[in-house]
Design a protein around this ligand. Structure first.
Ligand SMILES: *Cc1c(COP(=O)(O)O)cnc(C)c1O
Length: 370
């Protein structure tokens, strides 16, 4: 039997009875959109993140889009303004920027942590820069002390893409509570995953929360009255009910992820493999366990022959995507190298110690010359 990269079946089977009861509750209620389950989840998730507000959305991309869109409605951004974004991220971070008529300014990461390099952020700030959008990549908080200091001093908005980092902690604060706003995804593979699409915006800013809340619902606060041109992107009642169940188990799941990461970090000693660098244990929730190797493709093929499933996050950086020909000429050598070297090992709270040890043994037996 293979060691699965991530078995969503196993993740949700543990909670099947509670999930089915919650789904039955919604089915029987006769109310499926913008109801009690969503209001309850928004209250519980905001409290868990340590923010005043949470607003559920249809997915994580829309959560990011709607924050930028709301800042446009509120007059904080105009078309052509620049958003500083990590060069090495999932395409959604870029799509949210360009969807709003804004310009992405990709900035290279610290190759040790994979997260945006604050010194390079400072250097990238220009007269049109309005927003810094760090991504807590692979579950590790970006350097929010440095980024908040820069944003404060330069008068910039700070938007966390927290899609991979539910519950990562620094100075007692959780991901999503460091910036002016944050976007979460509840895509099924995320640390807090729905059984379908879902997302949320969290913020302490009451006006922003109200604006996002209206924009996700046709730009309407009062039914059939539309002061803004909104979209339809709501977190539906069934998914909110699923997430309320799963939120109660998230801290325990994170603890298990940390224990698995500790085993990997203790066990995988190999001259051809660079282990992930951790600045602070609490600040990482191990959405992914990402190693680097100059022999990445050979290593991935080798692990495959031993029944160890792996993935690459991500094979092509946003600036090299056909969707962004205008970014193709940017020189981003650290990002380019990372995309050629990164490999994600199996990571899930349901992995057994025996499976983790199989992955470790498989890595250790890799002969890079082969
Ligand atoms: C998953 C993800 C998103 C988008 O979330 P969806 O719910 O899939 O739309 C955005 N940013 C990052 C970094 C992600 O990993």
């Amino acid at each position: 039997m293979d060691v699965p990269f991530l078995s969503l079946h196993d993740v949700n089977a543990r909670l099947a009875d509670e999930l089915k009861a919650a789904a039955a509750r919604v089915i029987d209620s006769g109310w499926y959109i913008l109801g009690e389950e969503l209001a309850g989840f928004e209250r519980e998730f905001a409290a868990w993140c340590g923010t005043r507000h949470a607003v559920g959305t249809g997915n994580g991309l829309d959560a990011l889009c709607l924050v930028l869109r709301a800042w446009r409605e509120m007059g904080a951004l105009v078309e052509g303004d620049e958003v500083i974004v990590p060069a090495n991220t999932f395409i959604a971070s870029f799509l949210a920027i360009t969807e709003n008529g804004l310009r992405p300014v990709p900035v290279e990461p610290d190759p040790l942590t994979f997260n945006i390099d604050p010194a390079r952020v400072e250097a990238a700030i220009g007269p049109r820069t309005r927003v810094i959008m760090p991504v807590h990549l692979y579950g590790q908080l970006a350097d929010m002390d440095a980024l908040a200091e820069i944003a404060g001093r330069r008068g910039l908005l700070l938007l966390e893409d927290a899609a991979q980092a539910h519950g990562a902690i620094r100075h007692g604060k959780r991901a999503g509570s460091f910036g002016h706003a944050a976007a979460f995804s509840f895509f099924p593979t995320k640390n807090l995953g729905a059984l379908g699409d879902g997302g949320a915006v969290v913020t302490d800013d009451e006006r922003l929360a109200a604006c996002v809340s209206a924009l996700r619902n046709y730009g309407s606060e009062v039914k059939y009255h539309h002061p803004m041109r909104g979209i339809n992107s709501r977190l539906d009642e069934i998914q909110a009910a699923m997430l309320r169940v799963k939120l109660r188990y998230l801290d325990a799941d994170t603890a298990r992820r940390r224990a698995i990461a500790a085993q990997y970090r203790d066990g995988i000693a190999h001259p051809g493999i660079v282990l992930p660098h951790v600045r602070n244990e609490e600040a990482h929730v191990w959405h992914l366990f990402v190693i680097r190797s100059p022999w990445r493709d050979a290593l991935q093929r080798y692990l495959r022959t031993l029944g160890v499933q792996t993935q690459v996050h991500y094979p092509v950086p946003p600036h090299q995507q056909a969707a962004y020909p205008e970014l193709a000429d940017l020189a981003l050598p650290i990002t380019d190298r990372l995309h050629a070297e990164v490999l994600s090992l199996p990571m899930s709270p349901t992995l057994t110690d025996a499976q983790v040890q199989r992955v470790i043994a498989a890595c250790r037996s890799f002969a890079e010359a082969a």
